[in-house]
Design a protein around this ligand. Structure first.
Ligand SMILES: [Cu+2]
Length: 451
């Protein structure tokens, strides 16, 4: 039976197990900011339990301070200018000087205190996607807490119950705030460093934008027709290459806060998905893949043995997502006579350029574009134009790289005789079936076959 004594007892229990450090939270730690758009070296822990830190493509990890047994971080939500690639910038909202925000790294069992200061022109909150936190720390404005008004600072406090790969983003005017770039990754390392260790641990989050050619501000009401498909708010050739030492076991952790799924594909290797935003995938449930679909609002991390040296494409397999700003309202002219079409179009629009009758490869074509607009496909390799944009980069797997060396090792030196080559000899006529006589069905030839 429910008794008053029992009620008091269980209430006391709840209070005792709640993590709180309200008294110590008085002094707000400084908020580091980042002014660079290239991958920062791994941030090795100088206090608290040891772990092997991650690296964030075109990003960084947020430094912390210890206050007693609390790990304290400070996020500042604010307007930022983010460079998508050389030649294009966007006016976004982010955290601590960049969008997306810095990666936060902690260890299973840590007590974490995160200060969030709002320097946006409207209210915000932070939700810790996938993390098991007390309800009042979950960050849904209006449901779990009051919204954080401009100029105010709130404190989130919780214990890292599980290791894994998580995200953070606002739950406050979220259509606008996520379309403006507010998001980041949250890595919780296992307490036991021997649990599934890797040599290199890459992290990025996917976001998409509609920024009309010649403009700087994303159209936040767009639902489907985005033209900037980004990894960490960067597009190829602005996305960092991934230097990997031959023989390294690597992990790649990918968050998706766009409005569609992304089938992420690696060349020259296979991998297994080992972690989602729900936790670690048991070994018995893992299977080999070369492409893994990352659903909307989800995380996939895969582990891969980098045992094949070379330059390997790593990209989203939706081909429109490896393109930069493009109009989609175009006819397909493949196979149409360019001469006839030019004549007909010329009568209507004398300056029009007829293109696309043999395909749309643009490697050698420079088209005039408005300011702050990237070419649709771009980037150059040692053999010519790469004709990619958007969600594309290169895993550069090399012998003898230093353990924490993430410098671009340059193009791969192919061993002689290992590159696809052109032949000049005339092709032999392939064997074909004889054509069927008129009015008769072709009969497959059974000559030489034992029936
Ligand atoms: Cu995609």
């Amino acid at each position: 039976m429910f008794s008053r004594r029992g009620f008091l007892g269980s209430a006391a229990l709840v209070t005792a197990s709640a993590v709180s450090g309200r008294v110590q939270a008085a002094a707000i730690p400084e908020a580091p900011t980042m002014d660079k758009v290239v991958m920062q070296p791994p941030l090795h822990p100088t206090s608290g339990p040891d772990y092997r830190p991650v690296v964030t493509l075109n990003g960084w990890s947020l430094p912390w301070r210890m206050n007693g047994d609390w790990k304290e971080f400070h996020l500042v939500a604010e307007p930022v200018v983010r460079e998508f690639a050389d030649g294009m910038k966007g006016n976004l909202w982010g955290y601590n000087g960049q969008a997306p925000g810095p990666t936060i790294e902690a260890v299973e069992g840590d007590k974490v205190r995160i200060f969030v200061t709002n320097r946006l022109p409207e209210h915000t909150t932070v939700h810790w996607h996938g993390m098991i936190v007390p309800s009042g720390m979950d960050g849904v404005g209006g449901l779990n807490q009051p919204h954080i008004k401009p100029g105010k600072t709130f404190v989130y406090e919780f214990e890292m119950k599980h290791s894994g790969t998580f995200m953070y983003h606002p739950h406050s005017d979220e259509m606008v705030q996520m379309a403006m770039g507010m998001m980041g990754m949250f890595i919780v390392h296992p307490r036991d460093p021997a649990f599934r260790p890797v040599d290199r641990d890459f992290v990025f989050i996917m976001s998409s934008y509609l920024i009309d050619p010649g403009t700087y501000l994303p159209k936040v009401n767009e639902m489907t027709d985005f033209n900037m498909w980004t990894w960490n708010s960067r597009v190829y050739p602005g996305i960092d290459p991934m230097p990997i030492r031959l023989g390294d076991r690597i992990r790649v952790r990918i968050g998706n806060l766009t409005m569609t799924n992304h089938p992420i594909h690696v060349h020259g290797h296979n991998f297994a998905v080992t972690c989602t935003d729900g936790g670690w995938v048991p070994v018995s449930a893992q299977y080999p893949e070369t492409t893994t679909d990352v659903p909307v609002g989800a995380v996939r991390a895969f582990d891969m043995l980098a045992d094949n040296p070379g330059d390997w494409a790593f990209h989203c397999h939706k081909s429109h997502h490896t393109m930069n700003a493009m109009g989609h309202d175009m006819r397909n002219f493949i196979g149409v006579s360019r001469k006839d079409l030019a004549k007909a179009v010329g009568k209507l629009a004398p300056d029009a350029m007829v293109m696309g009758s043999t395909g749309m490869a643009m490697g050698n074509m420079e088209m005039p574009a408005p300011d702050n607009t990237l070419p649709m496909m771009t980037g150059t390799g040692q053999f010519g134009p790469i004709e990619m944009g958007g969600m594309f980069t290169v895993m550069k797997i090399r012998e003898g790289l230093g353990r924490d060396d993430y410098a671009d090792p340059g193009p791969y030196k192919y061993p002689p005789g290992t590159v696809a080559y052109e032949v000049e000899a005339p092709a032999a006529e392939p064997a074909r079936q004889p054509p069927a006589a008129p009015g008769r069905k072709a009969k497959p030839s059974m000559k030489g076959m034992k029936m």
